[in-house]
Design a protein around this ligand. Structure first.
Ligand code: HEM
Length: 357
């Protein structure tokens, strides 16, 4: 019976509880309430019983309503006006436990009835592994056990589609130290001294080998070239090679000497010997058949005046070749050219010498 039946029953009791005395008359027209509550005090015609019933009418209505709710598991629990435990304790929990020993009474039984109606496939439709784990954990937990470690979680995940983690790699066993090698070190292995040397380069084959090794140098060029110390002198200011170049560039420089006829002079060896730079005369020298006045170049000579005058009055070809054969003689002393060297018996020479005197 639903709410309409309850309403009609309440109206029935309300009409019977009116102050008129004829309310004690049994209502023969009432059918269902009388049938249902056949063992209730309403079945008696005693007025005193009716008063008691009227005083406790509300409690009876409430009890009837609760019984109707038990008959219909789909109905929601309702507030009770009786002296039952306060409704605060009857708040349904989220637990789906089958045991209703927590004292919730009707609410617990209602929840049990709902749990019995749960479709197992509905639980299986839970897609989230964590949600499923929580559900399994809640269902497997008994009220008196408290919280347990989620043992069902591992079972659920192992049966799920998640792939298990790969096993850890097997550690390699350490090799015991070799008896002949000693403790391992970061230093490179020792080798012979010959392997530590740098490989010979291409230029190494051109060098002269060391003689201490007993090797024969017969197939190699002799190393007779000596490295001599520099014999250059410090020149006076204004007598640098650039200053000499500037002096020779002037056409009227007078570098051949004073009193010489124009053109080349025929010079005999005796005449050359007399021009040695002494007694106020210029120093002449010959080189490859030509006679040069070297007196103007003496202060510009890098090897010093003394070195240059070693060739005065004679041929300097040998000295020049021994010291600096790479030097361009004509390029430096071209403006100092006197003439050509001739034999002693050249008749034209005598005339020339007489003219110079
Ligand atoms: C008698 C003959 C000569 C002698 C004994 C002689 C001697 C020397 C000596 C000892 C040096 C120094 C070399 C050094 O330290 O490396 C030198 C350098 C030089 N001489 Fe003479 N010299 C003579 C003739 C000449 C002549 C005629 C010229 C010019 C045509 C000349 C031009 C030079 C030059 C340019 C240098 C510098 C070379 C360099 O920079 O390495 N020398 N000479």
């Amino acid at each position: 019976m639903g709410w309409p039946g309850v309403g009609s029953l309440a109206g029935y009791f309300f009409s019977r509880s009116q102050p008129s005395n004829d309310s004690a008359r049994p209502d023969s027209t009432s059918t269902n309430p009388a049938d249902i509550q056949s063992d209730s005090p309403l079945s008696s015609s005693d007025t005193q019983d009716l008063k008691e019933t009227r005083d406790h009418g509300a409690d009876v209505i409430t009890n009837l309503a609760e019984e109707r709710d038990l008959e219909s598991p789909q109905s929601t629990p309702k507030a009770s006006a009786s002296n039952a435990p306060p409704p605060v304790l009857a708040v349904p929990t989220l637990s789906l436990n089958g045991d209703a020993s927590n004292g919730d009474g009707n609410v617990a039984r209602t929840e049990n009835a709902r749990k019995d109606q749960l479709d197992p496939s509905a639980v299986a439709r839970v897609t989230s592994p964590s949600s499923e784990a929580r559900i399994n954990h809640a269902t497997s937990q008994s009220p008196g056990e408290g919280r347990k470690p989620p043992t069902s979680l591992s079972t659920t995940t192992s049966n799920n589609t998640l792939s298990p983690m790969p096993p850890p790699p097997v550690p390699r066993p350490r090799q015991p130290p070799q008896p002949n090698r000693g403790p391992p070190t970061l230093q490179p292995p020792r080798s012979s001294a010959s392997s530590l040397r740098a490989p010979p380069s291409a230029a190494a084959s051109l060098r002269a080998p060391a003689t201490s090794g007993g090797l024969s140098s017969s197939t190699l060029a002799p190393t007779t070239v000596k490295k001599q110390a520099s014999r250059k002198v410090i020149l006076e200011p204004g007598y640098s090679p650039l200053d000499w170049a500037a002096r020779t560039s002037n056409p009227n420089n007078g570098l051949r000497g004073v009193g010489l006829p124009a053109g080349l002079v025929r010079v005999t060896p005796s005449m050359l010997k007399m021009q040695n730079g002494r007694k106020g005369r210029d120093a002449w020298t010959s080189y490859q058949g030509k006679v040069y006045n070297i007196s103007p170049y003496a202060p510009y000579h890098p090897g010093g005046k003394g070195e240059l005058l070693r060739g005065a009055g004679k041929d300097s070809a040998q000295l020049f070749a021994e010291i600096h054969p790479w030097v361009n003689w004509d390029g430096i002393l071209g403006e100092c050219l006197v003439g050509i060297l001739v034999s002693e018996h050249d008749p034209q020479v005598e005339n020339g010498l007489d003219a110079m005197d």
